[in-house]
Design a binder for this molecule. Structure first.
Ligand SMILES: CC(=O)SCCNC(=O)CCNC(=O)[C@H](O)C(C)(C)COP(=O)(O)OP(=O)(O)OC[C@H]1O[C@@H](n2cnc3c(N)ncnc32)[C@H](O)[C@@H]1OP(=O)(O)O
Ligand SMILES: O=CC(=O)O
Ligand SMILES: [Mg+2]
Length: 542
């Protein structure tokens, strides 16, 4: 086992060599050797669990003792994770890293997940940017000559590695790709843990797309092992888990418990949560995404439970992303700011201790709202929200929403899914489309809704049910418009073609495919690890 050949199939020269040192690679490989098999078991367990009817989900009887025991708490927050009222997120692309660090937010989450297209360049040079930032060496000159430099006060940095489902195909052990989660986590920890400690901070993480407390246990074991290997005191690593799958919503206490010595609370990852609800509820058809707001009963139940659970355990509850981005048009910009203000007011009123923004232009609005409510207090964990009572039925109460699929909604979902996948294939993991921030989570919603409407034959407002043929026609029309207006050069035309093919496969499978990013990665980014015919095969290949 230990002697299996380690191969790197991506570029290793120049800046890449600063990150892909023999010692750093050995560390990632050690993590993968220690935990790779457990990751595979986790993925297998996810597959088995998908056969359970989601409408019958409940809190786990086997862990009731953890939920009922009111005596345990998570570790006290690290000093620079105590006040988290505004957190900005974004990919660790060089210019955006500088802009995020200068944004005035308390925390920057450097995102290798929803906001990053995992090209080899993005995942390795993203690590180089993080390291440069800590070394005070991060600067950038834009093609138009604008100069970028990081200011004096850095926000606290948290890093979101990719989820357990994704492989990193450019690093292989015995021919098998390593876990992308361990790759991103391992490289950051190896290069930046000591640098962060030296500046009085620490290695902090956001953990995405967990589906159960056993996945949190795996992360905790990874942390313990990694700290030992690097000679860092146990408990130095801190991690906020995103509650963004329906199964994890039933295990919030258990997730905090597993990670309690490393926990930095929970975050309401609302977009993936909605995606999870759509993909796991073939029995219920949801209306277009703009109508499923945070005040929908099942979304409200989930955020209320999240705040209550966190505060009961002494942990921070962090709010989600209002996906609007400010526009250059003053009227639209004002509307976007108002939407964000309303959203953040609801969150702070409900007890959240901080929240996310996707754009530097939204930092001030979020801060104002939290400043008004919190004043000089760094958080509101003292508000225990004992008034909240959330049952399994509340979490699953999706049926109260009426269904109305308009042609506009159908075209919008088709367009966003197509354009997002094409951008992702071109190396951009987040884009602004029609005034909204679109990333992997929001694009997953669009394509999962299309799948759901096709498979349910949902009626439209113009008389015909949604069908694969109808969506295929819309995708073709969308492409025709792009070509006729001269919007596509040769490269982007190729990517749009690939995006359309992939989307068509995703929409016509019998069960709703788990992720779009996995087959997209294996088909187009993994550098020759094969082209799975179906997304189910892609999941197995990972
Ligand atoms: C569901 C979830 O998981 S949410 C979390 C994951 N998603 C994200 O993090 C998305 C983050 N946001 C973004 O990537 C961007 O805001 C986008 C792609 C949506 C829009 O970016 P742009 O098209 O560049 O927007 P815009 O032109 O308004 O940007 C203005 C400036 O702000 C910068 N900027 C915009 N968003 C960010 C950000 N999140 N972090 C740092 N800088 C940013 C741009 O780089 C640009 O800089 P410049 O003026 O120096 O050139
Ligand atoms: O990661 C955040 C989400 O909303 O999804
Ligand atoms: Mg997410």
């Amino acid at each position: 086992m230990g002697g299996e050949e380690v191969t790197i199939t991506g570029t290793t020269d120049g800046r890449y060599s600063e990150i892909l040192t023999p010692e750093a690679i050995a560390f990632v490989v050690a993590l993968d050797r220690e935990f790779g098999a457990r990751r595979v078991q986790i993925l297998e367990r996810r597959r088995r669990r998908r056969t359970t009817r989601t409408s019958e989900l409940d809190f786990l009887p086997s862990t009731s003792a953890v939920r009922e025991d009111s005596s345990w708490q998570v570790a006290p927050a690290a000093p620079d994770l105590t006040d988290r009222r505004v957190e900005i997120t974004g990919p660790p692309e060089r210019k955006m890293t500088i802009n995020a660090l200068n944004s005035g937010a308390k925390v920057w989450m450097a995102d290798f997940e929803d906001a990053t297209s995992p090209t080899w360049e993005n995942v390795v040079l993203g690590q180089a940017n993080l390291r440069d930032a800590l070394d005070g060496k991060l600067d950038y000159t834009a093609p138009d000559g604008r100069e970028y430099k990081v200011g004096a006060d850095l926000p606290t940095i948290m890093v979101r590695p990719r989820g357990w489902h994704l492989p990193e195909a450019h690093l292989r052990v015995g021919g098998r790709p390593v876990s992308a989660s361990l790759f991103d986590f391992g490289l950051y920890l190896f290069h930046c843990a000591q640098r962060q400690l030296d500046r009085g901070s620490g290695p902090y993480f956001y953990l995405p797309k967990l589906e159960s407390h056993l996945e949190a246990r795996l992360w905790n074991d990874v942390f313990v092992f990694a700290q030992e290997q690097l000679g860092i005191p146990r408990g130095t690593i801190r991690a906020t888990v995103l509650i963004e799958t329906i199964t994890a919503a039933f295990e919030m206490d258990e997730i905090l418990y597993e990670l309690r010595e490393h926990s930095a609370g929970l975050n309401a990852g609302r977009w993936d949560y909605l995606f999870s609800m759509i993909k796991n509820r073939p029995d219920v058809v949801l209306p277009e995404r703009s109508q499923v707001t945070m005040t929908a009963p099942f979304m409200r139940a989930y955020t209320e439970l999240l705040v209550r659970t966190c505060h009961r355990r002494g942990a921070h509850a962090i709010g989600g992303m209002a996906a609007v981005v400010p526009s250059r048009d003053p009227v639209a910009a004002k509307r976007a700011l108002n939407q964000v203000r309303q959203d953040k007011r609801r969150e702070v009123g409900d007890g959240f201790d901080g929240s996310w923004v996707a754009h530097p232009g939204l930092v001030a609005t979020c801060r104002e709202v939290f400043d008004q409510w919190l004043g000089a207090e760094p958080h509101q964990i003292v508000r225990k929200r004992d008034d909240v009572r959330v049952t399994a039925t509340d979490l699953l109460d999706v049926k109260t929403l009426g269904v109305q699929v308009t042609e506009v909604a159908l075209r919008n979902n088709s367009s966003v899914a197509l354009r997002y996948i094409a951008a992702w294939l071109g190396g951009r993991g987040a884009v602004a489309l029609g005034g909204l921030m679109e990333d992997a989570a929001t694009a997953e919603i669009c394509r999962a809704q299309l799948w759901q409407w096709i498979h349910a034959g949902t009626p439209t407002d113009y008389g015909v049910p949604v069908s694969a043929a109808l969506v295929t026609r819309m995708l073709r029309e969308e492409l025709d418009v792009l070509s006729e207006t001269g919007a596509l050069d040769e490269d982007s035309a190729r990517r749009f073609g690939q995006a359309r093919t992939l989307l068509t496969v995703l929409l016509t499978e019998r069960t709703c495919p788990e992720f779009l990013t996995l087959p997209a990665y294996l088909r187009h980014m993994s550098g020759g690890s094969g082209t799975p015919a179906t997304t189910e095969q892609a999941t197995v290949a990972a």
